[in-house]
Design a protein around this ligand. Structure first.
Ligand code: AMP
Length: 189
């Protein structure tokens, strides 16, 4: 099973990915998590990405494409993977298409998790309050920036994957279990 979870920050991509890795026995590949690990480890890539991430902008396509290409070659991705937070631009989607052609594999579905902007602000504020180690990009000002970046650079992927016949849309405003059920139904469809 090869899936992409697409949706604005706070829509529940990470939460759903964690449930789906259990259900399908395949790894989650989160470019955001990999970048945050690189920042924590103070690698050159992490140092270069930190400032961009803290202000809510996108890290360069070259950096994230490199991360994904390397990660997809790992043994645990052979049976499948769940991409969470990648691709985020049309150029990344095109690069991914090339990587998958190279590896001789195909995506099964792209799940768009739809969510309302005001609810997203509420959720991310809550995530910031609840987590002891708040993410520097989980504050309202940066979130609004990230929502704008999503609208401008990532939302065009909805049409891109609809065109490829891969898009399935679920309502991310439902409770977590219902969203999971909707994703499973959409995949089986
Ligand atoms: P996330 O954890 O997916 O919300 O990502 C957090 C931040 O990491 C984003 O706001 C971007 O700065 C950066 N990032 C993660 N994935 C990507 C990507 N595919 N392209 C560019 N930047 C990314």
């Amino acid at each position: 099973m090869r899936l992409i979870l697409l949706g604005p920050p706070g829509a529940g991509k990470g939460t759903q990915a964690k449930i789906l890795i259990e259900a399908f026995g395949i790894p989650q590949l989160s470019t955001g998590d990999i970048l945050r690990s690189a920042i924590a480890a103070k690698t050159p890539m992490g140092l270069a990405a930190k400032e961009v991430m803290d202000r809510g902008d996108l890290v360069s396509d070259a950096i994230v494409n490199g991360i994904v290409s390397e990660r997809l070659d790992a043994e645990d991705c052979k049976p499948g993977f769940i991409l969470d937070g990648f691709p985020r631009t049309i150029a990344q989607a095109e690069a991914l298409d090339m990587m998958l052609i190279d590896k001789g594999v195909k995506l099964d579905a792209v799940i768009e998790i739809k969510a309302d902007a005001d609810e997203l602000v509420r959720r991310v504020n809550q995530r910031a309050k609840e987590s002891g180690t708040a993410r520097p990009d989980d504050n309202e000002e940066v979130l609004r920036k990230r929502l704008n970046v999503y609208k401008e650079q990532t939302a065009p992927l909805v049409a891109y994957y609809a065109e490829e016949g891969l898009l399935r849309t679920v309502d991310g405003m439902e409770p977590v279990e219902q969203v999971t059920a909707a994703i499973k139904a959409a995949i089986a469809h």
